[in-house]
Design a protein around this ligand. Structure first.
Ligand SMILES: [Zn+2]
Length: 187
């Protein structure tokens, strides 16, 4: 197969299979291009979503509640933009409401929406925090992510059991060290 007559994603995947030394026509690989395409549609479904849409429905009858709301242990599954290798890990999100609160599943939806794209963890951390800050307009947002990057497991320096930890703060969290500390302790 020559690379200049590739007409579809399936053919591109067949080409890659040949390139790594495989026979794309053997029994076990015949359906692989179609399966991989379907998997990619799921891994990268975030491109057809606007994460902010998940935060448009919120509640304002909160009896003056103004303390941080923390959602911790949100699992995510993403792919790094450098190697298209999986990243998986945990996201913790806190925000200090300014009258508006959202259903807790909505924060997890925002995470999912950004994760289902090619990512670098630093950018994803900031995107989640900024999206919540801009849409919900709370007094502050804190986002903490720990991620395992498969491009470090299976290649290069082979760093097993290494996690990348990132955090991003907006509003009150940016300058209030005790708020930050409380958040970190609770994560
Ligand atoms: Zn990578």
């Amino acid at each position: 197969m020559s690379d200049n007559n590739i007409q579809s994603p399936e053919e591109a995947i067949q080409y890659l299979l040949e390139w790594i030394g495989e026979n794309p026509n053997r029994e076990g690989l015949k359906q692989t291009p179609t399966r991989l395409m379907r998997a990619y549609q799921e891994y990268f479904k975030g491109y057809v979503e606007n994460p902010a849409d998940y935060l448009l429905t919120h509640f304002e009858e909160v009896e003056g509640y103004r303390e941080p709301v923390l959602l911790k242990g949100i699992p995510f599954y993403s792919h790094c933009e450098h190697h298209m290798a999986p990243i998986h890990g945990i996201v913790n999100i806190a925000y200090i409401p300014n009258k508006k609160v959202v259903g807790i599943s909505k924060l997890a939806r925002v995470v999912e929406s950004f994760a289902r794209r090619l990512q670098i963890q630093e950018k994803m951390t900031a995107q989640i925090a900024n999206c919540i800050q801009e849409t919900l307009e709370p007094q502050g947002v804190a986002v903490h992510i720990s991620g395992v990057h498969h491009c470090m497991l299976g290649r290069g320096v082979n760093l097993k059991s290494t996690e990348l930890v990132t955090s991003h703060y907006t509003g009150l969290y940016q300058n209030d060290e005790s708020l930050k500390k409380d958040f970190k302790i609770q994560c």
